[in-house]
Design a protein around this ligand. Structure first.
Ligand code: ATP
Ligand code: LTN
Length: 332
């Protein structure tokens, strides 16, 4: 029996992943590496769509790899690689751009949000074509499932549309992928501003729980998390976004249901609840941070894992690219 293929990517745009990245995406990556043929990609080319510093780029790519390994990605089970080391991504990316309408690309809400923030004049063309490169990342591996957070749903839809369009025009070339997006945890909110998405590039800083932050910092941030009117610890995302977000986080990390947590904190105040959330988060992240720091001490080892991953990825990607070129009538 051939295993279903899984692919996902994460940008090396920060010195640390945050709880949203973990609960929305990487936690599922770890689960899916069992029983699937998984490819996980540090999408450094995507990270070039905003201002970058070469020294930071290298550092953050290695920190990303160390964190993914510390969070449980195993190079024996999954193929972990860096996007720029597999040139087929750029090659198929161009084909994807030639298959996408300007109008449909213009409807991508992530582009609209991000370009609005920086202004059209300074927005890079790469930010506009970003979803087409993402489609190439996915389609190159004949991917069935793409584990991502809710914010990526529209990009997955675009990828499916492009794949279907290509298949019907040029013959069956790509597997049409499906998003793997959880109901709970697919959108973690900023804990200081619980109506905004927890994000590396925007948000308050005070509301961002980072994996590589010290336990003391995270403890302090969670204890100062914004709560809501009233005093009952109950899940109600409309009227109690702050408490609901903390309940989601606690439940995802402790494995206890939201109902159980509501019962446990019945009659207790927000203060007690926040202390409990802080303890769960800090104790969960403590060994992960230590492991990532330990891995970062041996850069050569990390680079070797990534090179081995890139070689495995290329073997699959080059086959798909060849089939694509052939179906397009390019002379091989
Ligand atoms: P930025 O906020 O700078 O755009 P990001 O934090 O969204 O970056 P990415 O590398 O773009 O980070 O995303 C990696 C994965 O994490 C994606 O699958 C994305 O959907 C998921 N993700 C990001 N933020 C959240 C969040 N707040 N809740 C749930 N999932 C999230
Ligand atoms: N666009 C995604 C990152 C990303 C990705 C991918 C996710 C790039 N290529 C392929 C899944 C599959 C983001 O911003 N989080």
């Amino acid at each position: 029996m051939t295993l279903k293929r899984v692919l996902s990517g994460i940008q090396p745009t920060s010195d640390s992943f945050h709880l949203g990245n973990y609960l929305g995406a990487v936690k599922q990556w770890v689960e899916l590496q069992d029983g699937h043929d998984a490819f996980y990609c540090i999408v450094d080319l995507h990270a070039l769509t905003v201002e970058t510093d070469p020294k930071l780029m290298r550092k953050r790519t290695l920190i990303s790899a160390a964190q993914l390994l510390a969070l449980g990605i195993s190079p024996e089970k999954a193929t972990l690689f860096v996007q720029s080391q597999v040139p087929q991504h750029n090659q198929l990316g161009w084909i994807m751009e030639c298959l996408t309408g300007f109008g449909e690309a213009s409807r991508m809400t992530q582009f609209k949000d991000k370009s609005q923030k920086s202004g059209t004049d300074t927005t890079r063309v790469g930010l506009f074509t970003y979803p087409m490169l993402m489609a190439a990342d996915i389609l190159l591996y004949q991917t069935h499932l793409v584990p991502v957070g809710e914010d990526q749903r529209q990009h997955i839809e675009l990828t499916r549309d492009i794949a279907e369009r290509f298949n019907s025009k040029y013959g069956k070339t790509f597997v049409v992928p499906e998003g793997y997006i959880l109901k709970e945890g697919a959108k973690i909110y900023d804990i200081a501003e619980p109506t905004a998405k927890m994000s590396k590039s925007s948000g308050t800083g005070a509301g961002l729980i980072e994996i590589m932050d010290s336990p003391e910092t995270n403890l302090k941030k969670i204890k100062s998390a914004v709560t809501d009117a009233g005093r009952e610890v109950t899940f109600d995302s409309v009227n109690k976004p702050g408490i609901s977000n903390l309940l989601t986080i606690h439940s995802a990390l402790s494995g206890r249901t939201i109902k159980e947590l509501e019962n446990e904190f019945d009659g207790k105040g927000y203060g007690d609840f926040k202390s409990a959330v802080a303890e769960v988060v800090v104790e969960y992240l403590r060994p992960i941070r230590s492991k990532a720091l330990e891995l970062l001490e041996d850069e050569a080892h990390l680079v070797k894992i990534l090179h081995e991953g890139a070689a495995k990825a290329q073997a699959v990607a080059s086959k798909t690219l060849e089939g694509t070129y052939k179906n397009l009538g390019l002379v091989l």
